[in-house]
Design a protein around this ligand. Structure first.
Ligand SMILES: Nc1nc2c(c(=O)[nH]1)N[C@H]1C(S)=C(S)[C@@H](COP(=O)(O)OP(=O)(O)OC[C@H]3O[C@@H](n4cnc5c(=O)[nH]c(N)nc54)[C@H](O)[C@@H]3O)O[C@H]1N2
Ligand SMILES: Nc1nc2c(c(=O)[nH]1)N[C@H]1C(S)=C(S)[C@@H](COP(=O)(O)OP(=O)(O)OC[C@H]3O[C@@H](n4cnc5c(=O)[nH]c(N)nc54)[C@H](O)[C@@H]3O)O[C@H]1N2
Ligand code: SF4
Ligand SMILES: [Mo]
Length: 719
């Protein structure tokens, strides 16, 4: 008998509420559940694909695997695998110390709530500082900015309160990535943009590509990539030149305005326009609108964070947001004050912490932690550089780092030197292929979750509890249970805490010590996470579509006293980086720059092999401007060679007039690790091959260059 059940999707941070149909122990369908959702009914194609995946598409793993001495993966029971892993980790820690163990937290781990919390407890229990995540190969430029500038504890305005949205290198209509990095709403993003247009919100998009979100733009600037620092330095220049910045805000909350004035003086709009190859008038226009706005939100996505001068790009974008006073002020509405984790925003500056300058450092570079993590681009050398405390065991939780890192020669070789590589994943991805153990984990619909990852991101207060709607296959294990079982075997007691970014796990006092003899009840753990919730757990359990608590209007509180902290608009290292940009000559000998791009159908490497994706993307097309194609006599569908100074790939060209000239736009993590002249045969082209993990790394977070990569293109010859 078929029945329906309420749950929510866990593929991305929109966490769309959905209603699934269960028939004879199988999921047969899913529709959006808009009954309580803060976005109304909404679901994207990946919501459907997660049903296919659950039913075995993409060769979902139904049991765990162990690699034998011939390199073949063979089925192994979870209890046996856990016994062996626990024994090996214990021996490594005894012999080499806790630093020999590391963990990589991938995109699949963020929305596996109990797993992610027990992961933190596990690392703390064994005492290793070696936590890496996708964030340092993504947008940790934002973390660097808050570490160098400080940030406003009042937070940024909700989209409904914004009168100007500036969207830089971010395509939320496809990626659903918005708050707190950029303006918008993650669920039903198109609807939110359409409503904003109706309200009269001005929208500026700065992106080499006229992308899906750009259809809502009032002003579209299509720069050459890697020039956001120059563009925003020029906008700061104009705002200061014309005295159009928010003087009241800056006098009260910012400092180093004189240093900033001096540093951006040479960044005339003409200089930025020439560098970015755009009209000066467009930069002047953007600055004028920013100067006129009452409540602007200037934010960015992965584009500027992945291109040259990543940290500086982000810093200058934030500088302009600060000059415009783009933060909530005392008395401003707080549309979502948090449900599970209630917050009361205060109008005060949190001082620049520069966490990477103190505390525990990497082995191979004198750099400390950024939001509790080491830079992922350093992971290969932290494994390979000789020394007693080198990383010898790596747990990959919901990730595909050998593909995500790029530079396969270096990354794959380093992973090959590990004594123990464990992949915790429901897919046999490229990293799992290299792993000694692949632990097959359950699917979201089979486990207990709570909407903690969306708690501060929803446009209004909302929470949802998702118990399993279907039983998990016998051979798979919940992510959290993997950590608990391992810790139990290693005699390391775990504690459940409500950890969120910015907190030090060890310093969180409120905890639920776990019984290490009997597997904890996941519902009891979720109940603990709801301890401070505005909606009691029992009410959440009784309302499977979620709850929107009725709250009295909340507003930002004034600070009780001035804590003395100010936003550091132009610290000396930032001024130095700006001076460097000024002197820099364009990278010679390259005709194009390759930029990043996400597709609706896939989530990085996940769902790339779903049939809904493959219908449209037998390969990740190399999109080019048609005039560029004509100039090189390249036709639609032609096989081309793309080469950077780090490597080369073959790809299939596709015309896209929405793309400006001089840019090639491609999605990442297609094509597999093996180089191949035939993209069709490999299901695409692996763009990571064009990135180096030794050259072009940023200071502080060691962000590699994944966008704005200088490349040349030629028509492929032979096979
Ligand atoms: N459907 C789907 N959703 C996803 C993902 C997915 O794979 N698929 N991935 C998730 C992840 S891990 C992340 S990090 C987020 C990312 O979310 P977004 O950042 O919104 O992702 P992209 O679509 O890559 O958008 C980046 C944009 O930056 C532009 N760009 C490239 N270089 C530059 C530059 O130098 N300057 C400027 N101004 N623009 C530039 C590109 O043209 C592109 O439009 O999305 C998340 N959501
Ligand atoms: N060249 C280039 N490189 C890039 C990028 C780029 O734009 N260009 N983008 C970068 C960015 S922004 C990111 S975030 C990284 C992505 O890097 P990764 O996170 O390392 O890669 P994903 O492909 O997202 O891997 C997610 C894995 O999690 C698994 N998974 C999904 N749900 C669950 C779950 O509930 N539990 C468990 N255990 N596993 C689960 C999926 O099956 C998948 O294998 O790549 C980075 N690398
Ligand atoms: S936008 Fe798509 S992938 Fe993201 S939560 Fe909603 S249905 Fe899932
Ligand atoms: Mo990402």
């Amino acid at each position: 008998m078929a029945h329906t059940a309420k749950t929510f999707c866990r593929n991305c941070s929109a966490l769309c509420p959905m209603e699934v149909t269960v028939d004879n122990g199988r999921l047969t369908g899913a529709i959006a559940d808009g009954s309580v959702s803060p976005y109304g009914p909404y679901m994207c194609i990946k919501g459907q694909s997660s049903i296919d995946f659950h039913n075995g598409a993409e060769e979902r793993l139904l049991h765990s695997l162990k690699r034998d001495s011939e390199g073949q993966h063979r089925e192994i029971g979870n209890a046996q695998a856990l016994d062996e892993i626990a024994a090996q980790l214990t021996a490594l820690i005894e012999r080499y110390g806790p630093r020999s163990v590391a963990l990589y937290h991938g995109t699949g781990a963020y929305r596996s709530v109990l797993g992610a919390q027990l992961e933190k407890s596990f690392l703390s229990a064994i005492g290793t500082p070696n936590l890496f995540s996708t964030m340092t190969i993504d947008q940790s430029a934002k973390w660097v900015t808050s570490g160098r500038m400080g940030f406003m504890a009042s937070g940024k305005p909700a989209f409904v309160d914004v009168d100007l949205a500036v969207i830089v290198g971010n395509n939320p209509v496809v990626s659903h990535q918005t708050y707190p990095f950029g303006p918008g709403e993650s669920g039903a993003p198109g609807r939110a943009f359409a409503a904003a247009k109706k309200r009269g919100t001005r929208i500026i998009v700065i992106d080499p590509r006229r992308h899906e979100t750009a259809r809502y733009a009032d002003l579209l600037i299509q720069p050459l990539p890697g020039n956001d620092a120059a563009i925003f330095a020029a906008i700061a220049h104009i705002l200061l030149r014309d005295e159009r910045y928010n003087k009241r805000f800056c006098d009260r909350f910012a400092t180093q305005l004189d240093a900033l004035r001096e540093a951006v003086a040479p960044f005339t709009p003409e200089l930025a326009a020439a560098r970015a190859d755009v009209d000066v008038a467009q930069i002047e226009q953007a600055a004028q609108w920013i100067g006129e706005a009452n409540m602007p939100f200037i934010g960015s996505g992965s584009g500027p964070s992945m291109s040259a001068h990543s940290n500086l790009n982000d810093h200058m974008i934030e500088v302009v947001n600060a000059l415009a006073g783009g933060y909530r002020r005392a008395g401003d509405p707080v549309r979502n004050p948090g449900t599970l984790n209630p917050r009361t925003p205060v109008e005060t500056v949190i001082a620049a912490g520069r966490s990477w300058e103190t505390g525990v450092k990497c082995r191979t570079v004198d750099i400390g932690k950024l939001y509790g993590e080491f830079p992922t681009a350093l992971l290969p050398q932290e494994i390979t550089a000789p020394g007693p405390d080198r990383i010898r065991a790596l747990i990959v939780f919901g990730g595909n780092p050998v593909m995500g890192l790029g530079d396969p020669e270096r990354a794959v070789a380093a992973f090959g030197e590990l004594d123990l590589l464990i992949a915790l994943d429901p897919r046999m991805n490229e990293t799992a292929e290299l792993a000694h153990y692949v632990i097959a984990t359950s699917q979201p619909f089979e486990r207990h979750d709570i909407s903690a990852p969306g708690d501060s991101l929803y446009p209004s207060a909302f929470a949802q509890y998702a118990p399993p709607v279907i039983e998990k296959p016998a051979g798979v294990i919940d992510d959290w249970a993997f950590f608990w079982e391992l810790a139990a075997r290693m005699n390391r007691p775990l504690q459940l805490k409500y950890w969120t970014y910015g907190l030090d796990f060890d310093q969180i006092e409120d905890s639920m010590p776990l019984d290490m003899r009997t597997r904890p009840d996941p519902e009891a753990m979720i109940r603990f996470l709801c301890k401070n919730s505005r909606v009691p757990f029992d009410d959440l359990r009784a309302s499977p579509s979620g709850v929107r608590p009725l709250l009295a209007p909340q507003s930002v509180l004034p600070a009780r006293a001035d804590n003395g902290a100010r936003l550091q608009l132009c610290p000396p290292d930032v001024a130095g980086e700006l001076a460097q940009v000024l002197e820099e000559a364009p990278e010679r000998g390259f005709r194009y720059q390759l930029t990043c791009r996400r597709i609706l159908e896939a989530m990085n490497s996940a769902y790339r092999d779903n049939r809904r994706t493959r219908d449209k993307y037998p390969v990740n097309w190399a999109y080019m401007n048609p005039e560029d194609m004509d100039a090189q006599a390249i036709n639609d569908g032609d096989r081309i060679e793309i080469s950077s100074d780090a490597g080369r790939i073959s790809a299939l060209a596709r015309a896209e007039s929405a793309l400006r000239r001089g840019v090639i736009s491609m999605s990442h993590m297609f094509g597999g690790l093996q180089a191949s002249p035939d993209p069709l045969q490999r299901g695409g082209s692996y763009t990571g091959r064009l990135t180096s993990l030794q050259q072009h790394l940023e200071p502080i977070n060691f962000m590699p260059r994944f966008s704005g990569i200088p490349v040349n293109v030629s028509i492929a010859t032979g096979d």
